[in-house]
Design a protein. Structure first.
Length: 237
């Protein structure tokens, strides 16, 4: 088990978790968990690719597509950074609702991520508002300042416990969450571009599944695809 006791010899990692795809009519909900050393400055991640002034770290929604792509490349090429992605299909979203699907994906992503981190390590987890790790609701947890002591289980049934804090608008305040939002959006957008190649009449390459007028018109004209969320289409059909 990764300990959360004080030990100056250990590297402290901040894990940021964010989701993308909560509101679209089509496609999965995707969650990314990113771990960065607590002392890692965003400017040191991007400096090899662009100037700090032109590429300030922001929530993915506030970056242009080229800026997001550059940040994603920088994140993936930085050996100090670890990340994990998890997604839930439209069928799962329909079956358990999008909020529960996002929570399942978040739990899966962080469980995969913590097995990648060098040991020994100290972990502090930051969730963007609206996301919960499922174990938080199953067990008694101890309040420590703004953190809750929380545990998850990996695929190998190993139990990891660490402090967790939920941060409202965390994608604007916590660098690790901002980085997670970028990778989640890049991953989901790329997936929806692949869907577009199979279903070109819907314009997935532009709206990536969101309910634009063009998308809704295409659904009325061509019907639904296996990538559409039936529970969401009830509102428009």
């Amino acid at each position: 088990m990764l300990s959360i006791m004080k030990d100056d010899r250990r590297t402290t990692f901040h894990i940021g978790i964010d989701e993308v795809g909560r509101g679209p009519l089509a496609g999965p909900v995707v969650v990314c968990a990113v771990a960065i050393p607590a002392r890692c400055k965003p400017s040191s991640i991007i400096k090899k690719f662009a100037s700090r002034s032109s590429m300030q770290l922001r929530d993915s929604k506030k970056l242009t597509a080229p800026q997001r792509a550059l940040w994603a490349t920088a994140i993936k090429s930085d050996s100090r950074i670890f990340y994990s992605l998890a997604s839930m299909s439209p069928r799962v979203v329909d079956r358990i609702n999008v909020t529960q699907a996002a929570n399942h994906a978040a739990t899966r992503a962080v469980a995969k991520l913590i097995t990648q981190l060098p040991a020994p390590a100290k972990i502090e987890v930051f969730l963007d508002g609206g996301i919960f790790l499922l174990e938080t609701r199953k067990m008694k947890h101890e309040k420590r300042g703004r953190f809750l002591s929380t545990c998850v289980y990996t695929d190998a049934e190993k139990k990891f416990c660490f402090p967790v804090a939920t941060i409202i608008k965390g994608d604007e305040k916590i660098p690790a969450i901002s980085l997670a939002s970028i990778l989640a959006k890049e991953y989901r957008d790329a997936l929806m571009h692949r869907v577009h190649k199979k279903y070109p009449f819907y314009g997935f390459d532009t709206h990536v599944g969101y309910g634009t007028k063009k998308h809704i018109a295409a659904i009325h004209a061509h019907g639904r695809t296996p990538h559409h969320r039936e529970s969401f289409l009830k509102k428009i059909i």
